[in-house]
Ligand binder design. Sequence first.
Ligand SMILES: Cc1cc2nc3c(=O)[nH]c(=O)nc-3n(C[C@H](O)[C@H](O)[C@H](O)COP(=O)(O)OP(=O)(O)OC[C@H]3O[C@@H](n4cnc5c(N)ncnc54)[C@H](O)[C@@H]3O)c2cc1C
Length: 344
Amino acid sequence: MMNIYDVTIIGGGPAGLYSAFYSGLRDLKTKIIEVQPKLGGKINIFSEKMLWDIGGQPPIMAGDFVENLIQQAMTFDPTVCLNSKVHVIRKENELFVIETTNGECHYSKTIIIATGGGIFNPIKLEIEGAEKYEMKNLHYTIKGLERFSGHNVLISGGGNGAIDWAVELLHVAKKVTVIYRKEELSAHEAQIKKLRASGVDILLNAEITSLLASEDKSRIETAVIRQNGHPLSIHVDDIVVSHGYNREVSLQFAPGIEPEKKDDYCLLSIGQCKTTVPGIFAAGDIVSYNDKVGLILGTFQDAVLAVNSAKLYMEPGANQYGMVSSHNEKFKERNEQILERRFA
Ligand SMILES: Cc1cc2nc3c(=O)[nH]c(=O)nc-3n(C[C@H](O)[C@H](O)[C@H](O)COP(=O)(O)OP(=O)(O)OC[C@H]3O[C@@H](n4cnc5c(N)ncnc54)[C@H](O)[C@@H]3O)c2cc1C
């Protein structure tokens, strides 16, 4: 039997996760579809970075913040589909049909597009055989600092991602070396200053040309670099490559329900995070309107607007906004549990 949802959210980043929470708060049957094996969106690519600019939140490691977002999103038990890439959205009678590349069809009265910058895949090292070390000591992201403790780490890249990682790794690694193919690092000035002050080796006009394996062939032991045309060998325990990401934009809309775009990528909001197609809403980095804040905190406001718009689309007589926490019946029981625990 067809299982119909009120709201289906495409993308499980901050915008999608907060939409799921708020949609539950507004009594809507909710589903999230995410292509990656983990919720959290782009934040998962900088999970070791400290976040300082979320309202009311003291500095927090991005990975921990993602866990909080997920926990909050699960408050009203939305259905979550991971490893599912949405590729086509079409309409059958009054329902949206969301097709994924693994052959599933999801049915929904409304849709919130929260696909952010699209699907991010790291740009890989173009060195023959490099892929066999990906499960060993060649990394395209940093999932935890501990495994680098006491190691010689070579970082390839000079943008924000690479330099943020280099700064974080200084705390645990034995030695950090940064190589970059250009003449100047291109990350934020303050981070570059921090890095230079730490005395890290920074090799500019340099790139990895080959990887030499350990005797048992299980890992990379030496990176061969070319700097200004001269070869150089560096002993490594780990190599971290941060050469940016390829963005894959796979989402398509059937003719007749294609939302208007603001530029060649972002969807135009005509107000309240509505797209130009009734029943399709958008939140987070994918949506564009005047005065848009392209930060995590901006995704929360978009999520609230998109969910309220979806609610009113389905129930024109409903309250325009969800109630504040203190007035919402749904929280009464949970508040009591929290207070009991606090005063126990
Ligand atoms: C290096 C870096 C550092 C940053 N630092 C900060 C910071 O310090 N503070 C701050 O506020 N912001 C920061 N940002 C910006 C912040 O990460 C984004 O504003 C935020 O992640 C946007 O959330 P989103 O949910 O709109 O999109 P995303 O986080 O991009 O999530 C979109 C999700 O949709 C999924 N998806 C895409 N297409 C499909 C599809 N077809 N089917 C299924 N799923 C799909 C993706 O896999 C992804 O999980 C930073 C961004 C970067 C790149």
